[in-house]
Design a protein around this ligand. Structure first.
Ligand code: ADP
Ligand code: MG
Length: 733
C-alpha cells in the first residue's frame, strides 16, 4: 500500500526540486499517511454501522468516512446539571431541559390536524408536549410512573407553555449524578431516526469511533503553532467537542477548530498568492499604443473620474511586471467599471493580445457588447458576442475567427468557458459581477492559454473587509469610490401596499415628464410558479391603470425565450415602452439612463445586496431618480431593518456591512452557492479576531519558511502537497 503511495507522491513531485524526500520528512509523512488511512476509512467499517446505515449516513448527512463522522459536530449540548423548573419557564426561554412525569395524554383533532397532547409535570407546574407526527409510536412508548427528561423550545399560548415535538428520553439514575454534564445533540433526519440514528444513536457511533481513535488522529497544525496559540491538539479537541467534561474545555475545543479552519483558508490563499507572484509568469504588456491613445484622446465622450484613472494606472502597473495580474475591482453600481475594463482590453490589444469579457446573464452580455461596440465605433478593433443563444453557424464562424486571431475582444456569457472556445492569443480576461461565478468557472478561463491571462474581476457589491480578507486573500484589490459627475443621489422611500394608488399617481407624473419606470417582482426559486403568478397579476393591474394605447408596457422574466427578452429589452431601451414589469432578471448591469423610477414589489423579500443592485438600475442619467420599496403592512424585524438601511443610505459599503450583520455570511452574495464561503465552525462576523490572528500567523510562517523546509512545518508541507494532488485530479476530470 505505501509503495503505491510513494509512487503517487513521486508523480505529484513533478519537476520541482525540494527536500520532500529528506528521510525525516519521509518518516513523518509515512506516519501521517497511516493516520490518514484511519481518518479516511469508509464509515461502513465502523462497528454498528454496516452498509444500510452507511448508505443513509452518506445520503442524509454527507458522512462517508471516519473523519466525516468525527467532524460532524454537535450543534448543541444539553446541560443535564441544570434542569429548569417548569414554573420558571419564561417567554424568552430558548431551549430548556426539564425532568418529570406524564400526567395525562389526549388525542385531539382528527385527520390532518390530529395531534397528541401530553400534560407533563415536574412537580412545580405543568407543560404540554405536542406531537403532530409519529403519534402512534409515542403513545405506545410513553408510560406513566416513569421519569423522563424533556428537551425543547417552549412556545407560549394563552399563558400556557407547550413544546412541539420535544426530545424525550427516560431518565437514568446516572443522569442525576452530574458526571457528564454536557450531552451532545446532533442534528439528524426522519429517515435516520427510523434506522435508530437519533441524536443519541449518532452520539453512540461517535463514542465508539473515538474509543478506537486514540493515537490515530492526524494532527494538521504544526506543534509550535499550537503551543504559541495555546490550542488543544486535534485529538483532544475532538474528544472535547463531542463529549466535553466542562464548559471551559468545550470552548477551547471550539476555538481550536475555528482556528484550524481559518488557518487553512489563510494558508490556501496566501500560499496561492505567493506562488502566483513567484512562479506564474504573466504576459508583459509594456506598450500603451495607438488603440488606447486614439480611443482615450479622441473617442472617449467624457473625462475619466479620478478613481477610474487611478485604477487604470494600477492595472497598467500590474501588467507590465511579467507577473500575472489577478485583481478585484470593486465599485458601486454606475461607477463606470465597464470603461475601465475596456481601457484595459485596449492595452491588451496594443500588445498583440486578445481579450474577453464574461458576464453572468445574456442581457448583460448583450448590453456590454452593444456598449463596447458603440464606444469603439470607427476604430479598427473587432468585437464579437458569444452567448448560449448565438446561432450555430455564427458560433462556428466566431470560433474560427478567434483561432485566427481576427477577433480582438470577445464578449459573452458562460458560453466563453466551453472547452471548444479557443483563442489564438488570450491575454486579458474580464469577469463582470464576479460573485455570480464560481471559483471553478473563474479558474477555467485561466487554462485558455499556457501562460495564464491577466484577470480582472469586477463587482458592484462591495465585500465587507473581513470577508475580503478571508476569501479574497489571493486577489489584489482596486476600488472606484467616486461616481461620475452630475449624478444626483437616488431618493429612496418606503411605501406600504395600501398606498399603491399614491404610487401609481407618482409613476404617471414621471411618465408624463418623459421618464421610464421599472416595476420588479421577487423571484425565489422554490416557488417559481407562484412568483410568476405574482408578476402576471401585477402586470395586469398595471396594464389596467396604464392602458393602451397611451401607455406601452414591457414584461420580462426568466422563462421567456432569449429572443423575446431581447425584443422587450430593446423596446424599453429605445423608449418605446414606458414601464418595464420584470423579475430580478434585470438585476445586474442593465443600463437605461432615461429610466428614473425603480419600484420594488414585496421588497421585504429581497436581500440587501439585491435591493442595492436593483436600485442601481436608476440614477444613471442626469435626472433625479427614485426608488420605491413596496412592502406588506406587517414586517419582520429583519425586513424592517433592510428597508430602513436602504432608505438611509446609498453607500454600497455601508449596505454590505449591514447585510453581513443581518444575514450572516451564509447568504452573502450567493457566495455560499459559488463555494467561496464554506465555513463549518467559524463565523465570519463573530470571529473577526481569529481571522486576523490566523492571517498573521500564516503570514509569519510564510515569511520565514515559505516552502516549509523546516521540519516543524512538515504538516503544512504535506497539506500543500495533498492539495496539489487534488488540484491535478480536478484538472483531469
Ligand atoms: P458599472 O460600474 O455599474 O458597471 P457602468 O460602467 O455601466 O457602471 O457605467 C455607468 C454609466 O456611466 C455608463 O452609461 C457609462 O458610460 C457612464 N460613465 C462611465 N464613466 C463615466 C465618466 N467618467 N463620466 C461620465 N459617465 C461615465
Ligand atoms: Mg456593470
Amino acid at each position: 500500500m505505501w509503495r503505491s503511495w510513494l509512487a503517487h507522491l513521486h508523480g505529484v513531485q513533478g519537476g520541482e526540486s525540494s527536500s520532500l524526500f529528506t528521510p525525516t520528512f519521509f518518516i513523518y509523512a509515512y506516519e501521517e499517511k497511516t493516520m490518514a488511512l484511519f481518518w479516511d476509512t469508509k464509515i461502513e467499517f465502523l462497528k454498528g454501522v454496516g452498509p444500510a446505515r452507511a448508505a443513509l449516513l452518506q445520503k442524509e448527512l454527507n458522512i462517508f468516512t471516519f473523519g466525516d463522522l468525527l467532524t460532524y459536530y454537535p450543534f448543541r449540548y444539553v446541560d443535564k446539571s441544570h434542569f429548569v423548573s417548569v414554573r420558571d419557564i419564561r417567554d424568552s426561554a430558548n431551549y430548556i431541559v426539564t425532568k418529570g412525569f406524564v400526567v395525562r395524554q389526549e388525542l385531539l383533532g382528527s385527520g390532518r390536524t390530529q395531534r397528541l397532547v401530553i400534560t407533563f409535570s415536574d412537580g412545580t407546574g405543568n407543560i404540554e408536549l405536542v406531537w403532530f407526527k409519529g403519534i402512534k409510536w409515542i403513545r405506545e412508548w410513553i408510560k406513566p410512573n416513569v421519569e423522563y427528561i424533556v428537551m425543547g423550545k417552549p412556545n407560549s399560548f394563552n399563558g400556557k407553555y407547550s413544546i412541539p415535538h420535544p426530545d424525550i428520553e427516560i431518565l437514568r439514575p446516572e443522569d442525576n449524578l452530574i458526571k457528564q454534564n454536557f450531552q451532545p445533540v446532533y442534528s439528524t433526519t426522519e429517515k435516520l431516526k427510523a434506522q435508530g440514528l437519533t441524536s443519541k444513536g449518532i452520539s453512540k457511533l461517535v463514542q465508539q469511533l473515538l474509543s478506537e481513535a486514540k493515537g490515530r488522529i492526524p494532527e494538521v497544525l504544526p506543534t509550535y503553532v499550537m503551543v504559541q496559540n495555546k490550542l488543544l491538539t486535534r485529538q483532544d479537541a475532538l474528544y472535547a467537542i463531542h463529549f466535553p467534561e466542562n464548559n471551559e474545555l468545550l470552548q477551547r475545543a471550539i476555538y481550536r477548530f475555528k482556528f484550524e479552519e481559518l488557518f487553512f483558508i489563510q494558508l490556501d490563499y496566501q500560499y496561492a498568492k505567493k506562488e502566483r507572484r513567484e512562479k506564474t509568469s504573466g504576459f508583459i504588456f509594456d506598450k500603451i499604443g495607438d488603440n488606447f491613445n486614439n480611443f482615450y484622446h479622441h473617442h472617449l465622450p467624457f473625462q475619466l473620474t479620478n478613481a477610474q484613472k487611478r485604477v487604470v494606472r494600477e492595472i497598467r502597473n500590474d501588467v507590465k511586471t511579467g507577473k500575472q495580474m489577478n485583481r478585484l475591482l470593486q465599485g458601486d453600481v454606475g461607477s463606470g467599471k465597464t470603461l475601465v475594463a475596456l481601457l484595459s482590453m485596449l492595452i491588451a490589444k496594443d500588445n498583440g493580445f486578445q481579450a474577453c469579457m464574461m458576464a453572468p446573464t445574456e442581457i448583460l452580455a448583450n448590453q456590454h457588447y452593444i456598449g463596447i461596440s458603440k464606444f469603439l465605433n470607427g476604430l479598427p478593433i473587432k468585437v464579437a458576442l458569444l452567448t448560449g443563444s448565438t446561432k450555430a453557424a455564427e458560433k462556428r464562424k466566431i470560433k474560427a475567427q478567434l483561432l485566427e486571431g481576427e477577433i480582438d475582444i470577445l464578449v459573452g456569457t458562460h458560453a466563453l468557458i466551453e472547452d471548444d472556445v479557443k483563442f489564438s492569443n488570450l491575454g486579458f480576461v474580464v469577469i463582470d459581477e464576479q460573485h455570480r461565478f464560481g471559483v471553478e468557472q473563474r479558474a477555467k478561463l485561466w487554462t485558455k492559454n499556457n501562460i495564464p491571462p491577466h484577470v480582472l474581476v469586477m463587482t458592484a457589491t462591495p465585500i465587507p473587509r473581513t470577508l475580503a480578507m478571508t476569501f479574497y486573500g489571493d486577489l489584489d484589490c482596486s476600488v472606484i469610490d467616486e461616481l461620475p459627475p452630475g449624478r444626483k443621489p437616488i431618493k429612496t422611500v418606503h411605501q406600504y401596499d395600501s398606498d399603491r394608488l399614491k404610487v401609481f399617481a407618482f409613476l404617471e407624473k414621471q411618465i408624463s415628464l418623459g421618464r421610464q419606470v421599472y416595476v420588479v417582482y421577487p423571484l425565489i426559486k422554490e416557488s417559481e410558479k407562484l412568483d410568476l403568478k405574482d408578476l402576471m397579476d401585477g402586470y395586469e393591474s398595471i396594464s389596467r391603470r396604464f392602458p393602451l394605447p397611451k401607455y406601452q408596457i414591457s414584461i420580462l422574466h426568466g422563462q421567456m425565450k432569449p429572443a423575446d427578452k431581447d425584443y422587450e429589452m430593446e423596446r424599453f431601451k429605445k423608449g418605446t415602452t414606458h414601464i418595464m414589469v420584470s423579475t430580478t432578471v434585470i438585476e445586474v448591469g442593465v443600463d437605461v439612463p432615461n429610466a428614473t423610477v425603480m419600484v420594488i414589489e414585496n421588497s421585504e423579500r429581497f436581500g440587501l445586496a439585491q435591493l442595492h443592485q436593483l436600485r442601481g438600475r436608476v440614477g444613471r442619467g442626469g435626472e433625479q431618480s427614485y426608488c420605491i420599496l413596496m412592502t406588506a403592512d406587517k414586517l419582520s424585524y429583519d425586513g424592517r431593518e433592510r428597508i430602513s438601511t436602504m432608505v438611509r443610505t446609498n453607500d454600497g459599503f455601508e449596505i454590505s456591512e449591514a447585510d453581513l450583520k443581518l444575514r450572516g455570511p451564509g447568504d452573502l452574495q450567493g457566495l455560499q452557492q459559488s463555494g467561496v464561503v464554506n465555513l463549518k465552525v467559524a463565523d465570519i462576523v463573530k470571529d473577526e479576531s481569529i481571522i486576523r490572528l490566523t492571517r498573521n500567523v500564516v503570514a509569519d510562517i510564510l515569511s520565514v519558511d515559505a516552502n516549509f523546509e523546516n521540519l516543524d512545518n512538515a504538516p503544512l508541507k504535506l497539506y500543500i502537497k495533498n492539495k496539489k494532488t487534488e488540484r491535478n485530479w480536478s484538472k483531469i476530470s
